[in-house]
Design a protein around this ligand. Structure first.
Ligand SMILES: Cc1ncc(C[n+]2csc(CCOP(=O)(O)OP(=O)(O)O)c2C)c(N)n1
Ligand SMILES: [Mg+2]
Length: 364
């Protein structure tokens, strides 16, 4: 059975997406909120970069700057029974599902007030109460977990789906293909979204992946639907995600989507070569013509919904909120040495309910 869905490029795409009900039904306030969401994410990350440079944040810091339309658009169409999971480039997803800047910034500072009590850092933001299952450092490690989230929903006969985000570099991992196979074989309502920013760690998509037309086309080998889009405009991301979320839920089927996007910064802030494996001009071209915030700001200006004054106000609030979060993180305490084994194993925290045998820690 043919399951092909062709790659769609940007011409006419935005106009069509704007007319789709999921977007045309938005109020002016809701549209402004989408812009505000993207600006908040960017200002938060810029502030975290400053803290990193000041030596306040250790470990890794992978910035999402340039990709904001993808998480903002796709998460904005999810319902209360829909769950999601991503890799280590996880800050945007956290803020967009309602996590606060304070708990996120404090996590990066390694403080006890952080969302993972300072034990996870930038790559391990979690909020299961908001259906956000992290924040994972092993490339493609989140793909069988995303599959499992959707499996659990199906098993419990809950009308929901799971979105599993992954990078373009993750598509060559064996476990991703195992996940696609089971998802298709067992009709699991999981939507894999490849956030294709063109690069993995120090190498380009073209140098590391063999594909024809689109990375998502690999879904055909699993008799699975797929679609590939230019994802710089938040309306496009919303239209595509909404359509496939409905398909996944109504038919209990998996989907593989590719959202073409771009990251301005290095792979992590430790990547000193981010202008060596690509040209400065390439980065500049994206910033000037496809920046998700500028692109959407222009749309809202053309629609007569927003003016410079309002944007200034949003920018100011976002910066102040991010600065306040850095202050909060700075003033918070580090976790105590005694708490080092807490929040690692559920059974260690709940010894009376423990059912397994053996040692939970090497030295206990
Ligand atoms: C299994 C595994 N192999 C290698 C690494 C090192 N590593 C971290 S990120 C990365 C590149 C992934 O790139 P991509 O999937 O495109 O995601 P992006 O960083 O662009 O968001 C690599 C190789 C890892 N974390 N896990
Ligand atoms: Mg990538």
């Amino acid at each position: 059975m043919a399951t092909k869905k062709t790659t769609r490029s940007s011409s006419g795409l935005v106009e069509k997406a704007a007319k789709a009900k999921i977007n045309s039904s938005l109020s002016n306030e809701e549209k402004i909120k989408l812009l505000e969401d993207m600006i908040r994410v960017r200002r938060f990350e810029e502030r975290s970069l400053r803290s990193y440079q000041q030596g306040k944040i250790g470990g890794f810091l992978h910035l999402y700057i340039g990709q904001e339309s993808v998480a903002t658009g796709s998460l904005s169409v999810l319902g209360e029974n829909d769950h999601f999971i991503t890799a280590y480039r996880d800050h945007a997803h956290a803020l967009l599902c309602g996590m606060g800047m304070n708990e996120c910034m404090a996590e990066m500072y390694g403080k006890a007030t952080g969302c993972s009590r300072g034990k996870g850092g930038s790559m391990h933001f979690f909020a299961p109460d908001k259906n956000y299952w992290g924040g994972h450092g092993i490339v493609a490690g989140q793909t069988p977990l995303g599959l499992g989230l959707a499996y659990a929903l199906k098993y419990q006969e809950i009308d929901g789906c799971a979105i599993c985000y992954l990078g373009d570099g993750a598509v060559n991992q064996g476990v991703f293909h195992e996940s696609l196979n089971i998802a298709a074989l067992w009709d699991i309502p999981v939507i894999f979204i490849i956030e294709n920013n063109g690069y993995s760690m120090g190498t380009s998509e073209a140098r590391s992946s063999k594909f024809e037309d689109s990375l998502a086309k690999r879904a055909e080998g699993y008799d699975m639907k797929w679609e590939s889009v230019e994802a710089h405009h938040v309306y496009v991301v919303r239209e595509v995600t909404d359509r496939w979320v409905r398909y996944a839920k109504e038919n209990s089927k998996p989907v593989l989507l590719e959202m073409k996007t771009y990251r301005y910064r290095g792979h992590s802030v430790a990547d000193a070569n981010s202008e060596k494996y690509r040209t400065k001009e390439e980065i500049q071209r994206y910033q000037e013509t496809m920046d998700p915030i500028n692109v959407f700001r222009k749309t809202l200006t053309d629609e007569g919904i927003i003016d410079d004054e309002k944007v200034k106000e949003i920018e100011k609030n976002a910066k102040e909120e991010a600065n306040a979060a850095a202050k909060f993180a700075d003033e918070s305490d580090f976790p105590t040495v005694e708490s080092i084994t807490e929040d690692v194993y559920w059974e260690a925290d709940n010894p009376d309910e423990r059912k397994s045998e053996g040692r939970l820690f090497f030295h206990s």
